[in-house]
Design a protein around this ligand. Structure first.
Ligand code: ATP
Ligand code: MG
Length: 600
C-alpha cells in the first residue's frame, strides 16, 4: 500500500534556497538581529528593536535599462521567498556606477516590479533603497580598511596591474606600493577624494593575497577615480566604489540575510565574505552577516537578455522601443499580452538550480496559454477575410432582417456571460475555409464537384450552410463564396443537429463587424541562441517578426479596454494594445497562438 498523497502540500517546489532558509530559521541563525528602522551600520541597528522580519532578501537592479524576463525570475524568487518565510524583500537600486543610469529606467523598473505583483511597502514602511545613499559609509569603510592594514593605494597603471595579476595557473606578483605605510595610503585616498589626482593615476586595492588560487582575491580594486556626475549625488564624489566592494556593504547595511545572485558571482563570494568580516572586526558591522547564494540565471531560447544588446536593439531601431511587444522586457511582454501570473508560473516551473541550462521559449508561451485559457473571453475574428454571400437569405430569414446569435463568453465559465451578435446576408469567413477544388479530406466549404453536392458546414453559433459556388473577378480571383442556409438548423434550436456536418466555420458579419488593426508578432530571432559564440546576434533577427493586417472582429470588441485579452476562436490569444488603442478603436496584438507553431 502506498501512502496517501497529501493534496494540501504547497505547490511550491522546494529548492536549495528554501532549504537554506529553513535551516537558518530552525537554527535561529538570524533571530537575534536588530533592525534600526532604516539601513545603517552596527550601532544604528543595535539601537533598534529585534528585527520583526524573519529573513531579508533584496532585488538589486542597476538602473541602466529596462527589466527583462530574467529579472522577473529574480524578482519572483526574492520577493517570493520573503513572502513565504515572513520576511521582507528590499527593492534596491544598485546605482553606484555614475554612468548610464537614468530616471527613466528607475521609473520603468518600479513600474515593472509592481506590475509583476510585488510590493516593497509593508505595514506602512517602505523598503525602497538606493545604494548611492551609502557612499558615505562605503568611504568610511574604505578608510577603515586602510587604517587596519587591509587596503593600499596602488600607483601602478592599469597595464602593469593586469600584467602582475598572474593567471589561473600562475600566482600574481605584489605591487611595489603594496607595503607603503597606511598613513601614506590614507593621505593619498583623501587626496583622491578631494579631486587632486587624475583618473587612472591610482586606485585603492584590498590587501589580500596575490598568490590566491582565486584571482578575485588577488588584491582586488575597491575604489577608483571617476570625474563623473552621478544622478543622485551629483558632483559630490569623484571616486566611486567597485561593484564587488559596494555590494556586500549594501547587503550588510540593509541587514539582508540571504543575498541571492546568479552563478557568475560564485567566485566573488570569498571576497564578499572578506569585506564583511574585516568590517565586522572593526566594529562597523555586526554578526550575523549576510550570506551570498548563487543560482543559475534564466536562459530562454530565441531571445537575448543582455541589457547592452537590448539597448542596441532600441538605439539602432531594430524594434520600436523598450516596450515593443517583441522585446523580452517586462514592458514589452506586458504589451504583448503576457500576464503577471504567466511570468510567475514560469519562474516557479523553472525553479532555482545550481546549474545553467536553457529553457525553451515554448515553455514561456505554454505558461501564458495556460493562464489565459480560463481567463480570456472568447470572440470571433477573421484574419484573412473572404466574403461569403448567403443566397437564400430572403426566403429563409426574410428580406431586410438579421438573425440574432448568442454565444457564451467562455465555454466553461457561464458566469462570464454571453456575447450577442447578428448573422447577416453577407459575412466574412477565413479565406482558407473555402476551396474551389478541395484537397482530400477537406471538411469546410467547397462547391458542387462532379456528381456531388456542395459541402455543408456549420457557421459557428448560426446555421448549417451548403456551399453552392463562388464569384470571381476578370482575372479569375475568387472574390466571394456562395452558400445556401439549410433551414431549421440554427444552433441552440430544437432539431438543429438533425443535419450532421464535419466542419465548423468562424465568421463575422460583413455589415456589423468591425475592421480593426491586428499586429501579428512572431519570435524576434530565428536562432535558438542568437548570441551564442562569436555570432553577431543581429544576423539572427527574424525579418518577419511583425506583420500588420486588417481583421474583422465581432462588433462587441469595439468596447475592448486596453490590455483586455481575448481568445480569438481557433486563432489564439490577443490583447488590446495598451499604447496605440483608442476608445472604440482597439488595436490587437497577437500574444500567443493556440498551439505551438514552432514545434516540429
Ligand atoms: P546585464 O548583465 O544584462 O546588465 P544584470 O544581471 O547585470 O544584467 P542587474 O540589473 O544587475 O542586471 O540585475 C539585477 C538582478 O537581476 C541581479 O540580482 C541579477 O542576478 C538578476 N538577473 C539578471 N538577469 C537574470 C537572469 N537571466 N536570470 C535570473 N536573474 C537575473
Ligand atoms: Mg549588472
Amino acid at each position: 500500500m502506498t501512502a496517501p498523497t497529501d493534496t494540501k502540500a504547497p505547490v511550491t517546489a522546494t529548492n536549495f534556497l528554501r532549504n537554506a532558509i529553513e535551516r537558518d530559521l530552525e537554527a535561529n541563525t538570524y533571530a537575534g538581529r536588530h533592525w534600526g528602522g532604516s539601513p545603517g551600520d552596527a550601532a544604528h541597528h543595535a539601537a533598534g528593536p529585534l528585527d520583526p522580519a524573519k529573513i531579508r532578501t533584496r532585488f538589486p537592479p542597476e538602473p541602466n535599462g529596462y527589466l527583462h524576463i530574467g529579472h522577473a525570475k529574480s524578482i519572483c524568487l526574492n520577493f517570493g521567498l520573503a513572502r513565504d518565510y515572513a520576511g521582507v524583500c528590499h527593492m534596491r537600486f544598485d546605482d553606484t556606477n555614475p554612468e548610464k543610469e537614468e530616471q527613466e529606467y528607475v521609473d520603468a523598473i518600479l513600474d515593472a516590479v509592481r506590475w509583476l505583483g510585488f510590493n516593497w511597502e509593508q505595514n506602512g514602511a517602505s523598503y525602497l533603497f538606493y545604494a548611492s545613499d551609502y557612499f558615505d559609509f562605503m568611504y568610511r569603510a574604505a578608510e577603515t580598511l586602510i587604517e587596519r592594514g587591509h587596503a593600499y593605494i596602488d600607483e601602478q597603471n592599469a597595464e602593469a596591474m593586469r600584467a602582475t595579476r598572474g593567471t589561473l595557473t600562475e600566482p600574481g606578483t605584489n605591487s611595489p606600493w603594496r607595503d607603503r605605510p597606511a598613513e601614506e595610503s590614507l593621505r593619498l585616498f583623501r587626496e583622491m577624494r578631494a579631486g587632486k589626482h587624475a583618473e587612472g593615476s591610482m586606485i585603492l586595492r584590498a590587501k589580500i593575497d596575490m598568490a590566491s588560487p582565486n584571482i578575485n582575491m588577488r588584491d582586488p580594486a575597491i575604489y577608483r577615480i571617476r570625474f563623473a556626475e552621478h544622478h543622485n549625488t551629483g558632483n559630490t564624489w569623484c571616486i566611486y566604489p567597485m561593484y564587488t566592494f559596494a555590494h556586500p556593504i549594501e547587503d550588510a547595511l540593509e541587514q539582508i540575510t540571504h543575498s541571492i545572485c546568479t552563478l557568475e558571482f560564485e567566485d566573488q563570494r570569498p571576497f564578499y565574505d572578506w569585506v564583511l568580516e574585516r568590517l565586522a572586526e572593526a566594529g562597523l558591522l555586526a554578526h550575523p552577516l549576510p550570506h551570498q547564494y548563487e543560482f543559475a540565471r534564466l536562459n530562454l531560447t530565441y531571445i537575448v537578455t543582455s541589457k547592452r544588446k537590448l539597448k542596441q536593439l532600441v538605439d539602432e531601431k531594430h524594434i520600436e522601443g523598450w516596450n515593443d511587444p517583441r522585446m523580452p522586457t517586462l514592458a514589452g511582454m506586458r504589451r504583448r499580452g503576457y500576464t503577471p501570473e504567466s511570468l510567475q508560473m514560469l519562474a516557479e516551473r523553472t525553479g532555482a538550480s545550481k546549474s545553467n541550462s536553457w529553457i525553451d521559449y515554448s515553455v514561456l508561451e505554454g505558461c501564458l496559454r495556460e493562464d489565459l485559457e480560463g481567463k480570456a473571453p472568447r470572440a470571433m475574428a477573421v484574419l484573412d477575410p473572404l466574403k461569403l454571400k448567403l443566397t437564400n437569405w430572403d426566403e429563409v430569414i426574410g428580406a431586410g432582417r438579421v438573425e440574432a446569435c448568442v454565444a457564451p463568453a467562455h465555454p466553461h465559465h457561464p458566469e462570464f456571460g454571453e456575447r450577442r451578435f447578428n448573422l447577416t446576408p453577407e459575412i466574412w469567413i477565413e479565406r482558407e475555409d473555402f476551396e474551389e477544388i478541395p484537397p482530400k479530406g477537406f471538411r469546410r466549404l467547397y462547391p458542387p464537384q462532379a456528381g456531388q453536392a456542395g459541402n455543408m458546414a456549420r457557421l459557428k453559433y448560426g446555421y448549417v450552410i451548403e456551399c453552392t459556388g463562388c464569384e470571381k473577378d476578370a482575372a479569375g480571383n475568387i472574390t466571394a463564396a456562395l452558400a445556401r442556409i439549410v433551414p431549421d438548423t440554427k444552433s441552440g434550436t430544437p432539431g438543429s443537429d438533425s443535419v450532421k456536418v464535419k466542419g465548423v466555420i468562424t465568421w463575422v458579419s460583413a455589415t456589423q463587424g468591425i475592421a480593426t488593426e491586428v499586429r501579428l508578432y512572431d519570435r524576434l530571432f530565428t536562432e535558438a541562441q542568437p548570441d551564442a559564440g562569436e555570432r553577431n546576434f543581429l544576423d539572427a533577427l527574424n525579418p518577419n517578426s511583425k506583420r500588420i493586417i486588417t481583421a474583422w472582429v465581432e462588433p462587441g470588441l469595439a468596447n475592448a479596454q486596453a490590455e483586455q485579452k481575448f481568445q480569438f476562436e481557433r486563432h489564439g490569444y490577443f490583447v488590446a494594445d495598451r499604447v496605440d488603442s483608442r476608445a472604440g478603436e482597439p488595436i490587437f496584438n497577437l500574444a500567443v497562438g493556440l498551439k505551438d507553431s514552432w514545434a516540429k
